[in-house]
Design a protein around this ligand. Structure first.
Ligand SMILES: O=P(O)(O)OC[C@H]1O[C@](O)(CO)[C@@H](O)[C@@H]1O
Length: 451
């Protein structure tokens, strides 16, 4: 890594202003008292440093697996990541992509539309800049002959799955007793189990292990007061209206590991209870935000379960693989919209085919914090604004969001609610301690009170 820029920059560039994000503005790292600032100034540079450390530490293993030719690629990639970190820290402009990338046009069109004065790492909307860093990172690997298929986050993701086996076994134990007893209460509990699965994301912890507790159902039962908007009843009502023989649910997945496992659990229940006929999983086309689930992670997880020493894990691994073969679980085709910087309200214009497909499903379940940011546009809404308003017209069909709160934006709260949360803990929006279950009906057929 000779000639690489060193990380001498610690003082803030001039664009940073020491204020909170003003109301009704895009989130951005230029507001020093925001979580965007913390992410772009501290968390992301640390994440990039970790990747360099991991791939160089693991270099001999990677070389043993892929051959001597990889050595040069590893050090070249490490050098590029270090330069990216330098550019991020010094607020460089986010340049278009020149080399190989299937989604090059999607990204370059987006970047070319941006205002020159604000198209830099720290001045841009946080969502755009954070997505750009992950996209640029993959681009370095993608443009190497051998490393193009290497997932630099896979070890973290696989570890996240394997350390959760205790929790998974507990989930199966409770689930067995539910089988004979299909009910709205059970479905509600599974929605909550699924929500708390979103706590296990590795980007908020900058890649450090996050292990679920060993008794997740107990957690799901006891954490109701941490769910500060709970519209699970509306989701259940919506599911009860599904055409049972012909209904598809789309999961817009988030993290691999334990969270993906909870997605399988909820999907299994929806199929077994015959509420819907198919669940489609939308996965990431590239390593994304450290722990987001890719196609490979999906397959790896089922294979890992199928070969596990625990009979129940083996049984479900086989069962869910059979669901994939039998089309009850479907993997949606690769789609680069999910790793683009676009907010979801722009989907009809940017990817009309995807919008059309989603609109044919009965319900779309958006998992996690990043999907939430894309749903409500990385914007400092007044927190009492309705979810529906913040979607800015994005309503392909019934949709819901299950999210543990890890970023300082929210909507759908009651008057005074945020003040009392603030008193409890002034970091309540960034710890993942609280969660929201929000729902927006396509039409007024359900009681979607527009709070
Ligand atoms: O896995 P999730 O729930 O999408 O969380 C990842 C998100 O959380 C953060 O770490 C904080 O918002 C972001 O960097 C990212 O948007």
């Amino acid at each position: 890594m000779a000639n690489s820029p060193t990380n001498f920059i610690k003082s803030d560039p001039d664009c940073i202003i020491d204020i909170q994000t003003p109301r009704y503005s895009f989130l951005s790292a230029q507001y020093k008292q925001s979580f965007a600032y913390k992410t772009m100034r501290n968390r992301l540079p640390a994440i990039l440093e970790n990747i360099i450390e991991n791939i160089t530490k693991d270099a001999e293993n990677i070389i043993a697996e892929f051959g001597e030719e990889t050595r040069k690629e590893i050090y070249d990639v490490a050098d590029r990541i270090l330069k990216l970190k330098f550019k991020l820290e010094n607020d460089y402009v986010m340049k278009t992509f020149k080399g190989e990338a299937r989604d090059k046009k999607l990204w370059n069109d987006f970047l070319n539309q941006q205002n020159n004065d604000s198209n830099s790492f720290l001045k841009a909307c946080w969502l755009y800049a954070e997505c750009y860093v992950y996209r640029r990172l993959y681009y370095f690997f993608e443009n190497h002959r051998i490393l193009k298929t290497y997932d630099y986050f896979s070890q973290n993701k696989q570890k996240a799955f394997t350390i959760s086996v205790g929790a998974m076994l507990n989930v199966f134990e409770v689930l067995q007793s539910m089988k004979s007893h299909i009910s709205d209460d059970n479905l509600k509990l599974l929605l909550k189990l699924n929500l708390w699965g979103n706590r296990c994301d590795l980007s908020i912890s900058s890649g450090k292990e996050v292990k679920p507790g060993d008794n997740p159902f107990e957690l799901a039962r006891n954490l109701d007061k941490k769910i500060i908007v709970d519209e699970s009843c509306k989701i259940i009502e919506c599911l009860n209206h599904a055409d049972r023989k012909n209904s598809v649910i789309e999961f817009i997945c988030d993290n691999a590991g334990y969270e993906l496992f909870t997605d399988f659990i909820l999907a299994d229940y929806l199929i077994e209870s015959k509420l819907v006929s198919k669940v489609r999983f939308n996965l990431k086309a590239m390593p994304w935000f450290i722990s987001d689930a890719t196609f490979n992670d999906f397959r790896w997880s089922l294979e890992y379960m199928k070969n596990h020493s625990s009979p129940v894990l083996r049984e479900y691994g086989q069962k869910w693989q059979a669901f994939v073969i039998g089309n009850k679980f479907e993997l949606a085709n690769v789609n680069y919209f999910w790793t683009s910087p676009y907010e979801y309200y722009r989907m009809p214009e940017i990817d009309p085919e995807l919008h059309k497909r989603l609109s044919k499903s009965h319900l779309v379940i958006f998992k996690g914090d990043l999907n939430y940011r894309k749903l409500i546009s990385d914007f400092s809404w007044d927190c009492t604004e309705s979810f529906k308003t913040c979607l800015k017209g994005f309503q392909p069909t019934n949709l819901c969001s299950l999210r543990t709160i890890k970023a300082d934006l929210i909507c759908g709260l009651l008057e005074g609610q945020s003040k009392s949360l603030e008193k409890e803990n002034n970091e309540w929006m960034i710890t993942g301690e609280f969660g929201t279950i929000q729902f927006a009906a396509k039409c007024d057929c359900f009681h979607n009170s527009d709070r």
